[in-house]
Design a protein. Sequence first.
Length: 291
Amino acid sequence: MKATKAKAFCPGHVTGFFEILRSQDLLSSGSRGAGICTNLGATTEMTVEDSKNKTIEVHINGERREAATTVRAIDTLLGKRTASVLASTVLDLPESQGFGMSAAGTLSASLAMCSILQLDRVAAFEAAHSAEIECGTGMGDVSAIHCGGVVVKQVAGLPPKGKARRIDGNPEVVLAVLGDPFRTSDALADTELVNRVNREGAWRVGDLLREPTITNFMRLSQSFADDTGLVSEKVRAAIDSASAVGIASMAMLGNSVFAVGQTGALESALSPFGRTYKCGVDIEGVRLVDD
């Protein structure tokens, strides 16, 4: 038969602070915390052909990649079906810099796959969320994207098992990449770091819910980065440089910062430290797109 195609876009997600909570039930596992869904993300074109064997190939920005998280999600959606699958993903932002590109790539591929297989979009969220946790590439980005906007995750897990709400506000956000990629899986395997993160992340959720504003979110994110000891000297210098024209913090987890305030001035303040990106807040969520 002719190849069947579908294309989907998924927003990115920048985490400001978080607490990791694991459960035997993958859909109840995840994180509490807060972050921003961005209108820069990932677009995946999925091509599926009938085959006697199940083969899944993933290309990211034109290069064939192992992409274990995306492969796992697609395999879950296929189940016992056999097919030849090609997922071609284009990322708007760098990987492993705290911008949720693993989740965005996996979820965009999952939604495109669900469209082809005529599955409910709920299956896409479940497959992507579970694959992220199983592969150690993320804990809460998929559930945040499920909500959209500037998100506070109150209960860990994918809704409806998890619970999240939006904060009012639609700021322009400036991102800056300052150094080498940060492997989320390594951080999640560091017991001492996880304990420190959980101690500092837990109380900040309640603090933000008592004063649910962008300013308070940024303030709590900045103090979280400091109190966990995750901030490098370069990230601290970039945050300080941005403070005159806005407020910035470290993107979790990456050698990168995110900032809100006077957008042009923030770009000028951060550009000496690394490449900058300007984005908006996404409230539409993952969606199918036309060619």
